[in-house]
Design a protein around this ligand. Structure first.
Ligand code: PLP
Length: 415
């Protein structure tokens, strides 16, 4: 059984997300996908079962258009197939996707699939706390070497890639959290392509994708998301997605996923699938709101420094932004003149915006990274990556921006 019957004509992504990957005739005519909660699937014949296992184990390849029987839901299930097929058109340059039960599940499956003991991986720093933990506490003890490079340093990243031995993976998170420093994906991808080991380039696109940043078009091989954030958009579920230019890479990830057992469950697939048609609408509104807020707060006497892509002044950051981002996105951060006390005071005085970690939901969230999301970093690392004690991060939602500006101004004045 397959849900991947596609229209014979080419449509644009916003249309494709609503038309491909799902055939109502396979779900008693329901206009939207049903949830298939079965853990196991009845084979159409013993021969079909044998064939399905040969393909699942990679011993044979499915021929184009062949309908292969499903086996068991840890390997794949209809809701994963529907979601994986429908999300592909949203990522420019992608041909295949694999869904995971969190963003971290996606990132760890990439690392364990493509890096072996003795391999090195270059990554931008700061990187998501869970990813940093994965590298230091899991990959390095297993004999892999992590090589950090400061986000935004184009020459240092190129040199790190050129100088690394047995290099299997270049992992870029851009923009960096929480300073929004951008890293040049195209330059790193060219360096990786010249490297004798031909390492894969993976980009954590959680902050600006899929709407505003398209790493596969810049030369990256893999894009990974915490779909917990903008893709799902309501702060009510955990999910991860990896997309690739080459379907073969996704097939390898699915092989690891089948063993680790970290495929996204049917109910979560169904939920996320229903959010895909509105991700562009939500992200546009969030980006416009954040733009209004950034403009309104820039120059406020209590703010020492504000970080927002459309207000970048560093020429190299402006260059990277213009080369790889369509819009500035829904995240911004600012440093208070009054240090940690003032940052905490702002958080205490917010009511529409909630004091919580995570991001990308329709509701505005604010947090103090140095004492929460980035508290695992040493004082030297915090300093090096610009995560000061006075910094507040905002993930802007879809509320009326005028209410958010009024509340933020009031909280700043009171701080
Ligand atoms: C949240 C996040 C992750 C981890 O995703 P989970 O869904 O929480 O596992 C990875 N990268 C970035 C940039 C994130 O914001």
């Amino acid at each position: 059984m397959t849900h991947s019957r596609r229209p014979p004509y080419v449509v644009r992504p916003d249309t494709a997300v609503l038309t491909r990957g799902f055939d109502p005739r396979l779900s008693v005519g329901s206009a939207r996908p049903a949830v298939f909660r079965s853990s196991t699937y009845v084979f159409s014949s013993p021969e079909a079962a044998e064939r399905a296992f040969l393909i699942a184990l990679g011993k044979e390849r499915a021929s184009p258009g062949e309908s292969v029987d499903l086996i068991y839901s840890r390997l794949s299930h209809p809701n994963a197939e529907i979601l994986e097929d429908q999300i592909v058109p949203l990522e420019k340059g992608a041909t295949a996707a694999a869904v995971f039960n969190s963003g971290m599940a996606g990132i760890s499956t990439i690392c364990t699939t493509f890096c072996q003991p003795g391999a090195s991986l270059v990554y931008t720093a700061p990187i998501y706390g869970g990813t940093q933990h994965l590298i230091h506490q899991l990959l390095e003890p297993y004999g892999m070497q992590g090589i950090p490079v400061p986000a935004g340093d184009t020459a240092a990243l190129r040199q790190a890639v050129e100088g690394a031995r047995n290099l299997k993976l270049v992992l870029i998170e851009t923009p960096a959290n929480p300073t929004l420093t951008m890293t040049d994906v195209a330059d790193a991808s060219r360096a990786a392509a010249r490297h004798p080991d031909r390492p894969l380039v993976a980009v954590d696109n959680t902050f600006l994708g899929p709407s505003f940043q398209h790493p596969l078009q810049l030369g990256a091989d893999l894009v990974v998301y915490s779909a917990t954030k903008f893709l799902s958009g309501f702060s009510d579920m955990l999910a991860g997605v990896v997309l690739a230019k080459e379907a073969e890479l996704v097939a390898r990830l699915r092989g690891t996923r089948a063993i680790l057992g970290n495929i996204l469950q049917p109910d979560e697939c169904w939920l996320l699938d229903g959010r895909l048609p509105t991700v562009g609408l939500r992200m546009s509104r969030q980006s416009k709101n954040a733009q209004h807020i950034a403009e309104a707060l820039a120059g406020h006497p209590k703010i020492a420094r504000l970080h927002y892509p459309s207000l970048f002044t560093d020429p190299e950051q402006v260059r990277i932004r213009d080369a790889q981002c369509d819009f500035p996105g829904g995240l911004l951060s600012f440093e208070m003149t009054g240090g940690k006390r003032a940052a905490f005071a702002v958080l205490r005085n917010l009511h529409i915006a909630k004091n919580a970690v995570s991001l990308g939901g329709v509701e505005t969230l604010a947090c103090h990274p140095a004492s929460t999301t980035h508290s695992e970093l040493s004082p030297e690392e915090l300093l090096r990556y610009g995560v000061s004690d006075s910094l507040v991060r905002l993930s802007v939602g879809v509320e009326d921006w005028r209410d958010l500006v009024a509340e933020l101004r009031g909280a700043l004045d009171a701080a």
